[in-house]
Write a protein that binds this ligand. Sequence first.
Ligand SMILES: [Zn+2]
Length: 322
Amino acid sequence: MQNVKERRTCDHRCLCLCLQDHIKIENEDNKVQPQKVHMKASSTSSLLLLWSIIFFCFPAQRAAAFQAGVFPAKIYPGDAFMVRVSGLKGATAPSALLNKRALSFSNCGRGCFVAVAAVDLNSGPRTYQVSLRAGKQKRVLRLRVLKGRFQTIHLTLPEEKVSPCVEDLERIKKEADLLQSIWEIDSERLWEGDFVLPLGNPLSTPFGTNRVINNETTSVHRGMDIRGTDGEEIHASNRGLVVLTEELFFGGNTVVVDHGRGIFTVYMHLSDFNVSPGDIIEKDAVIGYVGSTGRSSGPHLHFGAKVAGINTNPISLTRLKF
Ligand SMILES: [Zn+2]
């Protein structure tokens, strides 16, 4: 990651020499009484020059003072990253674009703003540019996406879960529309500090795994599976607002938590819920219990994350340090 340094400069030397000339005239004039009027005019000129310095020099120095970076600067397809801008003098948030999509900044202290974004699982390996604007200044930040390596696994599931009937297809479409309407919410920041994993057990199926189901249908795993036993407590990854507790065709009993600024975490296949829509929950709160509802081959937690509408590797979200 490389910052483009601000190149605006101020010609102090010219203004300082001019000011010295005027001070010299004042000193000479001070000795001669009849030239009092000229001395006042000269003082006014000096003041004007001082104001010129304030107006023309100081804004350039102030604008160049902020720092900006992408963290981490190297990621894999489907990973989250953050843009942090600090040292800004005003209260106005900066703006940034990645692939023509606007990033959503939130305040992280005095003169500090942070935006969390993600790159799609299908992103090719190359350097991407984040175009940042703070006031009148522009910078280009660089983000390197490395080549992703995702494994392929084979699963066996009941046929009705793999080839849904017409009725089920209608239900699946309705649920997809409902979820899509949730991903479009851009609320105020609710998360506090780092995101954590909701269950302290080993991972079973990583994010991005290609799944061949019953030797024919293929799907990409857009979350991570964590091992669990029936009834084990599942904890909220961060503070947020519960926006969904529904039994979905694929996800079974599903909880979606809105953490604000386009960040959501998703918890699927639960045996039961411990929260309701509209609840503001703190990090680590028990939101439900491990189960095997929906399209599942045994008790486990499917943990997903959405960032600005992009299916995101939840592990990468937990690695961001706020
Ligand atoms: Zn899963």
